[in-house]
Design a protein around this ligand. Structure first.
Ligand code: SAM
Length: 304
């Protein structure tokens, strides 16, 4: 018997394979048909938010493979689940959690995190690519999450009230708009700024005092050509709470390796010199090592 995730994938896949449109466009249309109730997957019982997210994710992965677009990579579950776990631990006991994802893409990371936090969570999402926003928006309807979308360059002014937690699989590389970059402290005096630096600045500026930023960032974030401007910027209004180095095996090459970086905006109630959790994430197939690692995260999160 098929799982609900497989049923959802087959429903979208059959629709997309019969369509004349690009697979991703057809995926959006299949989801729109489903939301409108014109045609629906034959689900057993009620599909959970995670089953729906995963079913759509399988179709998006297939669509992205068919029409490779290097800048549109979806955040893999291996990383999303870990970020979701951290976000849910940091929001334990709090109500009405608000999130910001300034580079939401397909929404896969955002919904993984919202599903992990489970209840009482709303989000604001920004994305420059209109197809990805349509995909993320229709998925939000299906997984029934309350998300406000903005289709714009996230490094332009954002109409967002400060949030509890900002999350982002940061776009990595140079930001070409030097004139706009001038409004950021992380613009170097010469040459293009790093987009991933500007995204961190923008996200932290829209995070409440005491709130967190959880970023999937290049592993050399604190040790790059422009890190000399990042360090003083972070010292001013934020604290580095954790740097979790992901296994190299998850990436095409060591040069593409990433870490999960947790920052906290300072406030009068946040400790000035907290312990920083510096750890290497074990190979994810090593269940025992992974379970010990999660325990370590939980102990750290309980101390926040
Ligand atoms: N977390 C996303 C997901 O699960 O699908 C993947 C994010 S992907 C690594 C980075 C995203 O940032 C891409 O979708 C890209 O279009 C978007 N992006 C890049 N530059 C941007 C900008 N200046 N403003 C808004 N979005 C941008």
């Amino acid at each position: 018997m098929q799982t609900n995730t497989e049923t959802i994938f087959s429903f979208i896949d059959n629709f997309a394979e019969q369509s004349d449109q690009l697979y991703l466009e057809a995926t959006i249309e299949a989801c729109e048909e489903w939301v409108a109730g014109h045609s629906t997957p034959e689900i057993t019982g009620i599909a959970s938010k995670e089953e729906i997210r995963r079913g759509i994710q399988l179709a998006v992965l297939k669509g992205m493979k068919k029409n490779m677009q290097p800048h549109h990579q979806m955040t893999p579950d291996s990383m999303g689940m870990l970020i979701g776990h951290i976000a849910s631990k940091l929001s334990e006991g709090k109500h009405g959690i608000t999130l910001l994802d300034p580079a939401v893409g397909t929404g896969n990371l955002l919904y993984t995190v919202m599903n992990a936090i489970e209840k009482d969570v709303t989000a604001t999402a920004v994305e420059i690519d209109d197809i990805l926003v349509r995909l993320a928006a229709i998925t939000a309807e299906l997984v029934e999450h309350n998300v406000t979308f903005y289709v714009q360059d996230a490094l332009r002014p954002l109409l967002v009230d400060p949030v509890d937690i900002s999350i982002s699989d940061l776009p990595v590389g140079f930001y070409p708009d030097d004139a706009n970059a001038e409004s950021f402290e992380l613009k170097p005096s010469e040459g293009h700024a790093y987009a991933h630096h500007l995204f961190i600045e923008q996200a932290m500026n829209h995070t409440k005092e005491g709130g967190y930023g959880i970023f999937l960032a290049p592993a050399n974030l604190f040790d790059s050509e422009q890190s000399s401007i990042l360090h003083p910027f972070l010292k001013k209004d934020s604290l580095i709470r954790a740097v979790l180095q992901l296994p190299d095996s998850l990436f095409k090459s060591v040069a593409h390796a990433k870490s999960i970086v947790v920052l906290q905006r300072t406030s009068s109630s946040v400790q000035v010199n907290p312990d920083v959790l510096l750890a290497k994430v074990p190979t994810m197939t090593n269940k025992q090592a992974m379970s010990l690692f999660i325990q370590k995260i939980d102990i750290w999160a309980n101390e926040q």
